[in-house]
Design a protein around this ligand. Structure first.
Ligand code: AR6
Length: 170
């Protein structure tokens, strides 16, 4: 393994990393949840930068500066809305992680911090999402020198991600 994977309990908006990842919406608008918190903390320049990009498809990722955040960049990725699991949700969620990691690598970044994408307002069951998340990250850090972190907002979510990582590393 060349890179690292770490699970932290905390707030993404105060996290120092080369990039933090926003659980965004397709129109890249200021939303609720972690997205709303990121927009508030980054300042009005983020609304402008996202407005210029205009759109990001579900499963894709785009990047902006971090503006007033401690992180240098924000990678905005749009997770799938959970609709029961038969609407390609697992592949779309995996794609969010793959695209975000690829974008970080393409820009020479060395650290990236994710939230638990899709498991809040978008309703993806956390155990299922965590399994996909850690599998994609493990596949990536095998041959990339990247510090991948999840910054999880509540203890229950952190426990689920800890367990998913432990299982995937067995
Ligand atoms: N730091 C880290 N994690 C957080 C923070 C924070 N400051 N605040 C919330 N979380 P959600 P989604 C956790 O709903 O399900 C928005 O309106 C939260 O507890 O933010 O992908 C977007 O614009 C949960 O575990 O994202 C989209 O429209 C996790 O972040 C939509 O919601 C993700 O919850 C995206 O929904």
């Amino acid at each position: 393994m060349q890179g690292t994977i770490t699970m932290v309990l905390g707030d993404l908006t105060t996290t120092k990393a080369d990039a933090i990842v926003n659980a965004a919406n397709e129109r890249l608008l200021r939303g609720g949840g972690v997205c709303g918190a990121i927009f508030r903390a980054a300042g009005g320049a983020l609304d402008e930068a996202c407005g210029e990009i205009g759109y990001c498809a579900t499963g894709d990722a785009v990047m902006t500066p971090g503006f007033d955040l401690p992180a240098d960049y924000i990678i905005h990725t749009v997770g799938p809305v959970w609709q029961g699991g038969e609407k390609n949700e697992p592949a779309l969620l995996a794609s969010c992680y793959d695209k975000s990691l690829a974008l970080a690598e393409k820009h020479g970044l060395k650290s990236i911090a994710f939230p638990s994408i899709s498991t809040g307002i978008f309703g993806y069951p956390t155990e299922k999402a965590a399994k996909i998340a850690v599998e994609r990250a493990l596949a990536f850090v095998k041959d990339h020198d990247m510090d991948v972190m999840w910054v999880l907002f509540d203890e229950k979510t952190k426990a689920i991600y800890d367990e998913a990582l432990a299982k995937a590393m067995k």
